[in-house]
Design a protein around this ligand. Structure first.
Ligand code: GLY
Length: 353
């Protein structure tokens, strides 16, 4: 079992990582959650495998439980599905002293977390992430949101959970594509802050290697993210380093309609395209791109895409990461050392080629 404290003053919470923790969620929360009712928000895929296990663990501790299940997929992360969730929470009679638990991947954490942040002006919630991407990234740090037709995550909040319970065993049922999706994000963490973890990844060859080291990978990535969030909860400075590979990656995802490339695949492509350029500009240590590319390829992750840089610039121009005429880009000095560079948007063509 591994525990990480995220120190955010009155919003401080623990992340607990333990095989089998899903069955213990009820007993874990009993000591500090005085709710009578608990609404579990989850999607159809996750509910069919894990919904009942979580519900039983809560009922054993005498909570009154309701499972609210929405159709799996990013297309559910919208205001229409959110409205249906609000209606279900009202019908269940959830009050401000009750609890919401999100059980699922990034979509569930974002959508269910935003429901928790906004229903009755805020209800306590707990994240139980089930995908590798959610376990190492989206369940930690309090970003919750829904998409608008004009873009992803455009309506949201910073709303910290009361706890995050991570069960690495759940990764055994995760489809290979999504294991790799999360692994690309883990590679990103190692690139920006943890050379030693990157070297460990270089020694891995198979999906079993990832699963067998999952507890350590999750612990190290969450520790990195936790420290960054403690310094910059509201994403105004250091937290932006987590977006290494994301500016280009997001443009790639969007250009291909969000269904050709997963988030992690986009990030992998973004890390390579950015680092290839910054290496030529002598910002990044020579040989860095080759090492990252070799690692991504070993796990069947794409490293390039046929997309003209002008198309990437067009999408980045509308990105919410842009601030006035400036944009912050994230580059590597070397593996383990990511840095922010603030540039005029008009100079973007020098960095994203
Ligand atoms: N996923 C990036 C962040 O939470 O800031």
């Amino acid at each position: 079992m591994q525990k990480i404290k995220i120190n955010l003053g009155p919003k401080t919470y623990d992340i607990e990582i333990e095989a089998g923790i899903l069955e213990k969620v009820g007993s874990k929360i009993k000591s500090f959650i005085s709710a009578e009712k608990v609404a579990i928000i989850t999607d159809t895929n996750v509910d069919s495998i894990y919904g009942e296990i979580l519900e039983n663990s809560l009922k054993k501790e005498n909570y009154i439980v309701e499972r609210i299940v929405f159709p799996a997929g990013e297309q559910s992360k919208n205001l229409q599905v959110l409205e249906k969730i609000y209606a279900r929470l009202s019908d269940f009679g959830l009050t401000r002293s009750d609890l919401i638990i999100t059980l699922g991947g990034g979509v569930t954490g974002d959508l269910g977390g935003f429901a928790a942040a906004s229903f009755l002006r805020g209800v306590d919630f707990i994240q139980v992430p089930t995908s590798l991407l959610a376990q190492i990234d989206s369940s930690v740090g309090g970003k919750v949101a829904v998409d608008l037709p004009s873009g992803k995550n455009l309506v949201g909040h910073f709303y910290q959970p009361k706890a995050v319970y991570i069960d690495p065993e759940l990764l055994r049922t995760l489809p290979e594509k999504y294991l790799h999706d999360g692994f690309a994000e883990a590679i990103k963490y190692s690139c920006i802050r943890d050379l030693d973890l990157f070297k460990k990844f270089e020694k891995m060859d198979t999906d079993d290697d990832i699963i067998n080291s999952a507890e350590e990978i999750i612990f190290r990535c969450c520790s990195i993210k936790g420290k960054i969030v403690e310094n910059d909860e509201l994403d105004k400075g250091e937290r932006m380093v987590l977006n290494f590979g994301h500016t280009i990656g997001h443009a790639v995802e969007k250009y291909y309609g969000f269904d050709k490339y997963t988030h992690g695949e986009g990030v992998g492509i973004g890390m390579i395209r950015m680092t290839d350029t910054t290496e030529r500009l002598n910002i990044t240590e020579k040989g860095t791109t080759e090492r990252i590319e070799k690692l991504l390829k070993k796990f069947n992750l794409p490293t390039s895409v046929q997309m003209d840089s002008s198309e990437i610039h067009k999408i980045i121009k509308m990105d919410k990461k842009k601030s006035g005429s400036k944009i912050t880009i994230i580059v590597l000095k070397k593996i383990g050392q990511g840095e922010l560079i603030k540039i005029d948007f008009k100079d973007i063509g020098q960095y994203i080629i």
